[in-house]
Write a protein that binds this ligand. Structure first.
Ligand SMILES: [Zn+2]
Length: 269
C-alpha cells in the first residue's frame, strides 16, 4: 500500500509538473509546427495541418505497406513483395524485414513535422506521432514485440543531443505497453549522409554499420522486434538493421516509420 509520505510526494510532484507546464505555456504558447498557428496544447497540430497530411490508408501491400492507387482485395502484394528474387531493392526478405508500415507519405507537410522533431526541439510532438504510428501498425502484434529504434552514430548523437527515432520508440512502447530496448543496436561505423544517394549506394553505405550490443547478444533468439525510425526513403537502413537482428536469431522483424517516400502510386498485382 502507498505510504502517506509517498502520496504527499506524488501530489506535490503532480502540482509541480502542472505548474511547470503552465509556465511553459505562458513563455512558449503551443504552436502548430506546420502552420505556426496557436493550438490548444503542446504536441498538437492545427486543423489546417491535419487536412494537409497525406495519411497512408488502405489499399496497400500487405507486406511492405506500399500504397496502391487501386486494389480489388485487401490481401494483395506489390510486385517487389510478390517476386522478391526479381527486385534487388525490395523492402521485404526472409533474411531481413517481414513487414513495414508508415503513417504518412513523405512530402512538404510531413517533412516539416520531421524537421520540427529533429531540429527544432519539438519533443512534445513525439507522443502524437507515436499514436499515428501505432494506428498504422495496428495489424502487427506490437505488445509481443521488442521495440528498437534505429540508432545514430555516437558522433552524430553528440552533435544532435538526442535520437529522434529513440523519442518515437519510447513513446510507442509506453502507449502500446511493449518491451523497449533503446540501446540494443549500435551504429559503430559513421556513415556519410544518405541524402542524394541512389538505392544501391545507400545499401552499400550502411552495410555492416550496425551491430547488437554485447549485453543483448544472448537475448535476441526467437523474439519478435519492431524497428522504429522517422523516415523511410529506400529502406536501406531499416533493411540492414533487420538483417543484423535476423542473423542473431530474431524470429520476426517488422518496422514502422512516421513517413515514407512513395514515388508513384502503383497498381496491385
Ligand atoms: Zn510490397
Amino acid at each position: 500500500m502507498q505510504s502517506r509520505l509517498s502520496k504527499i510526494r506524488d501530489i506535490a510532484g503532480n502540482r509541480l509538473v502542472s505548474l511547470c507546464a503552465g509556465a511553459r505555456d505562458i513563455v512558449l504558447p503551443p504552436q502548430c509546427p506546420v502552420t505556426g498557428e496557436r493550438v490548444a496544447g503542446h504536441g498538437e497540430l492545427s486543423p489546417g495541418a491535419w487536412q494537409n497530411i497525406s495519411f497512408i490508408a488502405a489499399p496497400y501491400c500487405k507486406m511492405c505497406g506500399l500504397p496502391f492507387e487501386f486494389a480489388s482485395s485487401p490481401d494483395l502484394l506489390c510486385a517487389a513483395c510478390a517476386a522478391p528474387e526479381s527486385f534487388e531493392h525490395g523492402l521485404i526478405s526472409e533474411k531481413g524485414l517481414d513487414k513495414v508500415r508508415a503513417s504518412m507519405r513523405y512530402d512538404d507537410v510531413s517533412a516539416e513535422l520531421v524537421m520540427s522533431l529533429k531540429y527544432a526541439d519539438r519533443h512534445d510532438l513525439a507522443g502524437g506521432f507515436a499514436t499515428l504510428m501505432l494506428t498504422a501498425a495496428r495489424d502487427m502484434p506490437i505488445r509481443d514485440m521488442v521495440i528498437v529504434p534505429v540508432p545514430l552514430h555516437p558522433g552524430r548523437l553528440r552533435q544532435r543531443k538526442f535520437n529522434q527515432a529513440a523519442l518515437l520508440a519510447r513513446s510507442l512502447a509506453e502507449k502500446a505497453g511493449s518491451g523497449l530496448a533503446i540501446d540494443l543496436l549500435e551504429r559503430h561505423r559513421a556513415t556519410p549522409q544518405q541524402q542524394g544517394l541512389s538505392a544501391k549506394a545507400r545499401q552499400r553505405n550502411v552495410k555492416s554499420a550496425f551491430r547488437i550490443r554485447e549485453k543483448y547478444q544472448s537475448t535476441i533468439s526467437s523474439r519478435n522486434y519492431l524497428l522504429v525510425d522517422d523516415v523511410l526513403t529506400t529502406g536501406a537502413t531499416l533493411k540492414e538493421c533487420a538483417r543484423v537482428l535476423k542473423r542473431a536469431g530474431a524470429s520476426q522483424v517488422c518496422a514502422v516509420v512516421l513517413a515514407r517516400v512513395v514515388k508513384d502510386d502503383v497498381m496491385a498485382i
